[in-house]
Design a protein around this ligand. Structure first.
Ligand code: ZN
Length: 95
């Protein structure tokens, strides 16, 4: 978990969703589809990753290993993505 996600702001949100989701277990893991059992280590996961314009409100259970592995792969993919060469962007300037 990144330092950003350890901030109290985010841990409080995760705890709220965790309390809502926990009574409904077992539920399918958002990443592998296998059931998340109450006895297993699990995380509150986003249906669509926030880094890919997902929503904070659309969450569900995921195995801890699946969720953290997925987050690591996404972070690596973003870090490895080719960056546009300066001056070639098709985006309009904000001003
Ligand atoms: Zn899983």
């Amino acid at each position: 978990m990144s330092r950003h996600h350890k901030a109290a702001k985010w841990s409080n949100v995760s705890g709220t969703y965790r309390k809502r989701i926990e009574p409904g277990l077992p539920m399918p893991c958002l990443h592998c589809g296998k059931p998340v059992l109450p006895s297993q280590a699990w995380d509150v996961a986003h249906v669509r990753d926030l880094a890919r314009s997902g929503s904070v409100d659309r969450v569900g259970p995921a195995h801890r290993f699946c969720n953290r592995s997925s987050g690591g792969k996404l972070g690596a993919a973003i870090a490895r993505a080719p960056r546009p060469v300066k001056g070639t962007s098709k985006r309009e300037p904000r001003w």
